[in-house]
Design a binder for this molecule. Structure first.
Ligand code: HEM
Length: 462
């Protein structure tokens, strides 16, 4: 272990794990101790108690996780392939049509894929359900991740009316709770109705059919859909938009990726999942994107439910008595154990593992002894232990497919101004919990007439 691999902030009873080895040892191997989540009054007040991400390590969590694992497990992930081919193709069309809306297009892919795979619904970005969902995800991200600091410090304020000084958060919480209800109900009811009327079936509707007599399970199925819509949106969108930005800034790497696809697959068809193992350079690009630009750089904190020790250090469950003397102590911290933050950003930039860690160098995965085809379970961007992302197999295949399709058909370059000069791309990213590129202008065109034909011809086959 190196100095700085493990940082303990006593006042907050918070442990920051900056090295992958420590995260694997604690969160990955001692799962009985490190699988809880922080308790938050904000979550409770806003109706976030239905979202698995915030659950304690409890039977409730286990029953939700079981449904997630059933729906998104590796062995049946190929049932989603047709939807992924179709939706990623839609993304290519949108990128060529309006390249100035890259962020909207990548978000539309992330969300529409969940609607079609889970609910069997082909929902466009301008459908009221989709617009409501996008708005909810946006507010949700802002509210939950910052929390209501006044409420966290003075939880008794939750009993006061919203006009009470400092209680403006109650109105926001109320509105968000209603939006989450809509997200729970609207697509779910449409999916079930489609099954009943014979209009179409879906994963959710079939699960409901199998559990018709079990209202508690039906509630879990409904909440699984809501949590998936929320958890899939910013994350998948982040990885794909990071790829589009980074590859635009690295035309040399784009050309190498295109050359591999041309050599292995040719120019008369699009890549498929069956081609994945034959495309090591494309794989290396995917791995390098997940390394250099993890969508959730600080992961989602785990909480220790027991006292523990590691490498001679004591990791306390309870709240450090020293901090009780500090003025700004959060009351909720009396209740929970040590918060463990997996600093994925730092792990992925560990200079002992990655030379020149701030540079985008896909070749590092080709040259590594294990090669580029890492298991999705070894990609730190998807988290650790029992709380590892249950959507990682669909996320992994969606991001990979997008990379392969884009390289096969498109040229991404800096756009030109009226004088023919390159328009600079600052390459900035947000500094938010979910990190993604700031909007930018670029040129996105089919590589040539053959690529244009390929996109259109395949679109007709949908
Ligand atoms: C590139 C895309 C994605 C990335 C990078 C990502 C990353 C993560 C991370 C870092 C966590 C926290 C893991 C931990 O606590 O250690 C997580 C949790 C979660 N993810 Fe993902 N995710 C992605 C896509 C998805 C998708 C498509 C779904 C849809 C099913 C999903 C559903 C969830 C859920 C439900 C949790 C909470 C699990 C729990 O607390 O038990 N994610 N994800």
């Amino acid at each position: 272990m190196f100095p700085g691999d493990l940082v303990y902030i006593r006042e907050r009873n918070m442990l920051i794990t900056n090295s992958s080895q420590v995260a694997i040892d604690l969160l990955g191997k001692r799962t009985r101790v490190y699988s809880d989540r922080e308790e938050s009054w904000t979550t409770k007040l806003c109706g976030g108690e239905r979202i698995i991400t915030f659950f304690q390590h409890s039977n409730k969590w286990r029953s939700h996780r079981k449904i997630f694992n059933e729906v998104f497990r590796r062995s049946t992930i190929n049932r989603f392939y047709p939807a992924q081919y179709a939706k990623v193709l839609d993304l290519l069309h949108s990128l060529v049509a309006t390249p100035e809306h890259i962020m909207q297009h990548t978000m539309a892919l992330s969300q529409s894929l969940m609607y079609v795979t889970l609910y069997g619904l082909h929902i466009n970005y301008d459908d009221p359900i989709a617009r409501g969902a996008a708005e909810t995800v946006d507010i949700f991200g802002r509210v939950f991740l910052g929390g209501f600091p006044t409420l966290e410090r003075y939880p008794w304020l939750r009993f006061m009316p919203s006009f009470f000084p400092g209680c403006g958060f109650k109105q926001i919480a109320n509105d968000l709770g209603k939006k989450l209800d809509d997200l729970d109900i609207l697509p779910f009811e449409r999916a079930v109705n489609n099954l009943k009327t014979g209009t179409g079936t879906s994963v959710i509707a079939e699960l409901v059919l199998r559990n018709e007599e079990k209202p508690a399970v039906i509630k879990i199925i409904k909440e699984m859909g809501t949590a998936s819509l929320i958890a899939a949106s910013d994350t998948t969108m982040s990885s794909i938009s990071s790829f589009l930005l980074i590859i635009t800034l690295h035309p040399d790497i784009q050309v190498k990726g295109q050359a591999e696809i041309d050599r292995v697959i040719g120019r008369d068809r699009l890549p498929t999942f069956e081609d994945r193992q034959s495309l090591p350079y494309v794989e290396a690009i995917y791995q390098e994107i997940m390394r250099i630009s993890p969508p959730v750089p600080l992961g989602i904190s785990h909480v220790a439910s027991e006292d523990d020790s590691y490498m001679g250090y004591h990791i306390p469950k309870g709240f450090s008595p020293f901090s009780l003397m500090l003025f700004d102590v959060k009351l909720s911290m009396f209740l929970s154990g040590c918060t463990v933050v997996p600093n994925i950003w730092a792990m992925n930039r560990d200079p002992n593992l990655y030379s020149e860690p701030d540079k985008f160098i896909p070749e590092r995965f080709l040259d590594s002894p294990s090669g580029p085809f890492k298991s999705v379970n070894d990609i730190y961007a998807y988290g650790f232990g029992r709380r590892v992302c249950p959507g990682r197999y669909i996320a992994d295949t969606t991001v990979w497919l997008t990379i392969a399709y884009v390289l096969a058909t498109l040229d991404l370059r800096k756009a030109k101004d009226n004088e023919g000069n390159d328009i600079d791309i600052p390459g900035d990213f947000t500094k938010t919990f979910f990190r993604h590129p700031m909007p930018y202008i670029s040129s996105i065109l089919p590589r040539d007439a053959q690529a244009r034909d390929l996109i259109s011809a395949t679109a007709e086959l949908k």
